[in-house]
Write a new protein. Structure first.
Length: 158
């Protein structure tokens, strides 16, 4: 299985993966977890998708209930935090919901938490410094450009 992508946004990243020939499995709800294909990059759309309005996470209550409504995804994310290097795409580093997600999932591991990465164009230097201390390194790139660079670096078709 490739690097799990956890992202907020619509299909730009999926289109990038497809155009680069990178096999991926999109997961929006718990019921889709059994269909993650072996060897594919799991794309977890934990805030839902516009093409399925009933899955969209919008209100404060939606955010607070996220892991109780989707316990399978919460379990998978906990497992990824323990065993994988995570790549976050499309999240604002100052977004309180991203902070809650990252701290909720990572708090169990303390100093043993694996380093994670977030791709964000022109992040603030203070945010980069603060997140580095939290074991999250920020990559200053456009998400689509980053995907193309990643494909070239790994020898995938671009």
């Amino acid at each position: 299985m490739g690097i799990p992508l956890v992202y907020e946004g619509e299909d730009v990243n999926e289109q990038s993966l497809s155009s680069l020939g990178i096999a991926h499995s999109v997961v929006v709800t718990d019921s889709e977890l059994p269909f993650i294909r072996s060897g594919s990059v799991p794309v977890l759309k934990i805030h839902g998708t516009l093409t399925r309005p009933d899955t969209i996470v919008v209100t404060d209550r939606d955010y607070y209930d996220l892991f109780s409504v989707q316990p399978g995804i919460a379990s998978v994310l906990n497992g990824y935090f323990a065993t994988k290097t995570l790549l976050f795409l499309g999240y604002g580093l100052n977004d309180p919901d991203f902070k809650r997600l990252y701290y909720t999932l990572g708090r169990h591991f303390g100093p043993l938490q694996r380093r994670a990465y977030a791709v964000q164009l022109r992040p603030a230097a203070t945010a980069v410094s603060v997140w580095h201390e939290q074991r999250l390194d920020v990559i200053d790139r456009d998400a689509k450009d980053f995907a193309a660079e990643l494909a070239r670096a790994t020898g995938l078709p671009s």
